[in-house]
Every structure is written in C-alpha cells, then in structure tokens.
Design a protein around this ligand. Sequence first.
Ligand SMILES: [Zn+2]
Length: 289
Amino acid sequence: MRYALTLALVALTQPAYAAVPKVVTDFAPIQSLVLQVMGDLGAPTVLLPTGGDPHNFQMRPSQAEALAHADIVFWDGPELMPALARAIDSLGVGGRAVSLLHEAGGHMRSFGDGEGVDPHAWLDPVNAEAWVGTIAAKLGALDPDHADIYSANAAAAAARIRAVDAELVVELAPAKGVPIVEFHDAFGYFADHYGLTVVGAIELGDAASPSAARLSEIRATIAKAKATCVFPELGRDPKFIATVTEGSGARIGAGQDPEATSLSDTPSPQLYETLLRNLAKTVADCVKG
Ligand SMILES: [Zn+2]
C-alpha cells in the first residue's frame, strides 16, 4: 500500500514526462539544426516540401493547421519566406515564432546592391553556432525539465559545426580571391566567411528568372572579372549557364544546393553539415580545375 502510494506521488511530481514542445520549422537547414538540439526528445515539423524553393513557398491549409498549433516556430525570417511571414501574422502566432535571422544573435548582411537584408544567413557557420544556442534556450524555457538536455545537445552541435568549419577553411583556402559567379544571390555569408570572391550572380536575391538584359550584364561581368568558375544550381534550369559562359573561358562547376532542396527528402541532424560540405566541394573542385 505504502509502495503504491509512493509510486503515485512520484508520478504526480514528475511533469518531466509532459510536454516536449510541438515545434514547426520553415525549411531543411533549420530543421536540421533543431533536430540536433532536440536529439531523442522529438522532431520538428518542416513546412517547405522536398525540392521546394523557400523564396516561392506557398502555404497549404494542413500546414496552417500545424503552424496554428505549434508551441514554437523556428524560421529564418520574412526576407526568405514572405508567405510564411504573412501566415504567421494572419494566424496570430507571432509571439511563438522565432526568426533566427533577426533574433538569434548571429550577424546579418545586406545584399551588395543595397537591396535589403540578405536572408541566407545559415551559410555562415558562425551564425549556425549562435542559432543552436538560441534554439536550446527557447526550448528550455518552454520545457524546463529538459533544458539541460537541449543545452548539452546544442553544445555538441556547436562543436560539430566548428569542426566542419575548420575543415572547410583548409579546403577552401586555395579558392580565396578566385573570381566566381553563382546561380542565385545566396552566397554572401558563405563567401564573407571563407574569403571567396563572388563577382556576380545570375539570378538576384528573389530567385526571379533573369531577363535578357540581366544575362548580358552577367556575361559582361564574367568577362571583365575573368571569372574562373560559374556554378549552376540543383533544381534550377541550367540553360542560362551556357549562355553566359560561352566564349569566356570560365569553367562550369558542379550544381550547388545552398538551400538544401535536394537533401530535404531525408531530414537528418547531419543535413546541415552535408549542405556546407557539398557547397565547399563544388567551389574547391572547380577552382582546382
Ligand atoms: Zn536563396
């Protein structure tokens, strides 16, 4: 009897079994960072489907349901997914949404042409390291019984990110200062961090299809800067690449995937590292020739 009563009391005094927060994330790179912090405790829902372009994300009704019921939403920010910003507003979940770009202690840069905040901030590993700390702190505040676990997981994630970064610094050293051209204007953070010289992007930040005028402008840029490599992007029509490189002597690199759209069908804690490694390899391989 006494034993049973003790068990009952133990059960009553252990809210630790309650409530791991219901988490929603915007797209695969942030999902991967959140998976690292949540570890065995749970997994976030992700909104952007496999192969989706975050810039052109459109919300489905079932996703609005998930968003409305989330305890917390980790997302990049309105500059990357304007449609998600509108959904967060209209569903009134702003108070539960954490824009990692704006609120997580990383740094922000502007597009070179003065056209506003560049949202591709996950491509700087220093930002990702700050973000996992913020994700752990926010989850720990909602779920104090597991705060130590979130915090330990974030510390381990930060250590892994630093280790990958150290490898990539070495791998990309020969590419420093070599003029390259990217498919869309996503590489500012990555280039700033690793000392790469991006002389142009075929598509500008909003992922709009390039006009004929834009293509001849980029042809001129490639010629003037003597670009060594021009990179296509996975999931984007590569036909512009041949047009802009023709006769220039620039090499065409392997397809890049800065937004991890090709990796997102297998969400994993390792996806973020894979994303950085793949990107670095395309640059290092092409520059090597
Ligand atoms: Zn982009």
